[in-house]
Design a protein around this ligand. Structure first.
Ligand code: FAD
Length: 291
């Protein structure tokens, strides 16, 4: 099917993009990598009157670590850039583990992390990763910039809290207090598929103990699941077998999977349990750690 008729604009500045979105009064959409929006338009699940292509905007393709240790990912930083990043394996093991698991190489060449957060697909991998890492989104609109915590940004299936005249300019991952460790595991029916179940885990280790932990789940609920109780079970502990077992039990309990063509609800819960245990066992073995 072809999309319905739409107008197309490719502004050269963020201010111009925001003005176009404001003029669109809710009938305009940002086009980033187009890897979610264009398929939706072709299926006519989305029929925006105006597409505001942000690909010509300068200064949005970065992924960098600031002097305070936080990592910023710009709205035009592609999945493929993150996959090839030298920064992430050294500093952010959970993101490094997830990047090669997003879709397939063609999609990764165009699609963006920020676009994935905006799209808010319950099977989107980056929303779980950014949730586990306690990240936030920086949005810019006519009134300036604001920061939106990821839990307040992805609020339901395909729902974010951007105003219609705002552009998400970057995602920010806060600095660690100590040494970061963690990972992302995803079960897919074949390479390039969305997750049957995915698990993001991040632990911030100070003096051999967990100072902060995050666990988030992909594809096992109507939205990304922040398994806060599971993560909290790790805090203060030293990642012993009992603590890991409790976290895995609580994460599996937090999952709200449906039975579908990808597997039964019980199977998906079991995968969540296995993945939490496996990631944390690798952390204990000294793998999956930032330098
Ligand atoms: P677009 O498609 O350009 O936009 C998506 C939505 O976000 C639109 O509503 C758009 O208006 C909005 N948006 C985008 N950027 C901004 C911004 N900066 N500010 C405000 N609004 C914005 N994803 C996974 O996580 N895991 C997978 O396994 C996976 N498999 C895929 C397989 C296929 C075959 C395809 C086609 C896609 C797959 N995806 C998968 C989705 C892919 O990761 C997309 O790249 C991503 O979801 C959206 O990023 P994008 O830059 O392409 O956004």
């Amino acid at each position: 099917m072809y999309p319905t008729r739409f107008r197309y604009e490719a502004p050269r500045s963020l201010e111009e993009a925001i003005a176009l979105l404001a003029d669109g009064a809710g009938e305009a959409k940002v086009l980033a990598g187009g890897q979610s929006l264009v398929p939706l338009m072709k299926l006519r699940f989305a029929s925006p009157e105006l597409l505001v292509d942000i690909n010509n905007l300068p200064g949005l393709d970065h992924h960098q670590q600031d002097p305070d240790g936080s990592i910023r990912i710009g709205a035009l930083c592609r999945h493929a850039t993150l996959e090839r990043s030298a920064l992430l394996p050294a500093k952010q093991p959970t993101m490094a583990a997830a990047a090669p698991l997003i879709a397939d190489p063609i999609v990764r060449t165009r699609g963006t992390l920020v676009g994935s957060l905006c799209h808010a697909d319950p099977q989107g991998d980056w929303a779980s990763v950014v949730t586990a890492l306690g990240g936030h989104v920086v949005a810019q609109g006519p009134g300036g910039r604001r920061t939106i915590e990821i839990a307040d940004f992805v609020v339901g299936p395909f729902q974010n809290t951007l105003a219609y005249d705002e552009v998400a300019v970057e995602a920010v991952i806060p600095a660690a207090q100590g040494t970061l460790a963690g990972g992302y595991l995803k079960l897919e029916r074949r390479v390039g598929d969305f997750a049957t179940a995915g698990v993001a885990v991040s632990v911030d280790m100070v003096g051999g103990r967990v100072a902060r932990a995050g666990i988030a789940l992909t594809g096992v609920g109507s939205s990304t699941i922040d398994a806060t109780e599971a993560a909290q079970a790790l805090v203060g502990g030293s990642l012993d077998e009992g603590g890991i077992g409790r976290a895995a039990d609580l994460a599996a309990a937090a999952a709200q999977p449906n039975s579908d063509h990808r597997g039964s609800a019980g199977y998906k819960r079991h995968i969540v349990h296995t993945f939490v245990t496996r990631i944390l066992a690798r952390v204990v073995d000294g793998q999956e750690r930032a330098a």
